[in-house]
Ligand binder design. Structure first.
Ligand SMILES: CC(C)(COP(=O)(O)OP(=O)(O)OC[C@H]1O[C@@H](n2cnc3c(N)ncnc32)[C@H](O)[C@@H]1OP(=O)(O)O)[C@@H](O)C(=O)NCCC(=O)NCCS
Length: 190
């Protein structure tokens, strides 16, 4: 079990107690609007919760002193190269962790570049989801490209603006805490 603790948030693996919040996220037309998957029915959300995607790590985002899931973030370890895709970042509306999406990403990247041995992490947002640009750059990702018609949701194809971080360059802007996580020294346990 890996738990990553940052200044404001904690990432822990999903557990069965997270199903209600998971359903709330994936059945919401608002929260799924820009995601790469369509809004789910409650039954489909349950099936998806109990059918993990191979090579995908999914973490609940919580505060330090309350284990309740306030959001989630995932990392898909790709088979080609030493590449991983950050995916499915969500923070619940009204959460005390509002504004912490980038911090959650940074913790995950520190873990990826350290204990997971990943060299490159990328992430993307729908080209029309422009507010994500600041979340991406705050997480230490740099703009790369636009991928045309990458995914199909809500009945149409969407272009995706991509960002990436490579290990050495990301470490240059990492905090001491993030570097310690990347070195496997603190606050990350498997
Ligand atoms: C993505 C998400 C986790 C970011 O949450 P967060 O870390 O709490 O981010 P914030 O709400 O602080 O917003 C980040 C930035 O966008 C801006 N922003 C937020 N809502 C906005 C809006 N409706 N219009 C314009 N800008 C907006 C904020 O001012 C902030 O800008 P800043 O960094 O310059 O201050 C959250 O918006 C979310 O869960 N969205 C639904 C799921 C989703 O779309 N995920 C991303 C898929 S790529």
């Amino acid at each position: 079990m890996t738990v990553l603790v940052g200044p404001n948030v904690r990432l822990r693996p999903l557990d069965d107690g997270d199903l209600t919040v998971y359903q709330r996220i994936y059945c919401s037309p608002v929260l799924t609007r820009y995601l790469g998957v369509d809004r789910m029915t409650p039954q489909k959300a349950i099936a998806s919760f109990y059918t993990p995607t191979p090579r995908k790590l999914v973490f609940a985002i919580t505060s330090h002193d309350d284990d309740r899931m306030e959001g989630m973030i995932g990392l898909l370890l790709e088979e080609y190269g030493s590449n991983a895709m950050c995916t499915g970042l969500v923070i619940l509306p009204g959460s005390p962790l509002k504004g912490c999406g980038a911090e959650a990403g940074r913790l995950l990247f520190a873990h990826a570049f350290g204990p997971l041995g990943i060299h490159r992490v990328w992430a993307g947002h729908r080209a029309d989801h422009t507010m994500m640009g600041s979340v991406m750059t705050e997480a230490g990702l740099e703009p790369e490209a636009t991928l045309r018609e990458l995914f199909h949701t809500q009945g149409r194809w969407h272009d995706v603006t991509t960002y990436a971080a490579v290990a050495g360059r990301w470490r240059e802007q990492a905090s001491p805490l993030e570097l310690a996580i990347a070195e496997g020294a603190v606050l990350s346990r498997s």
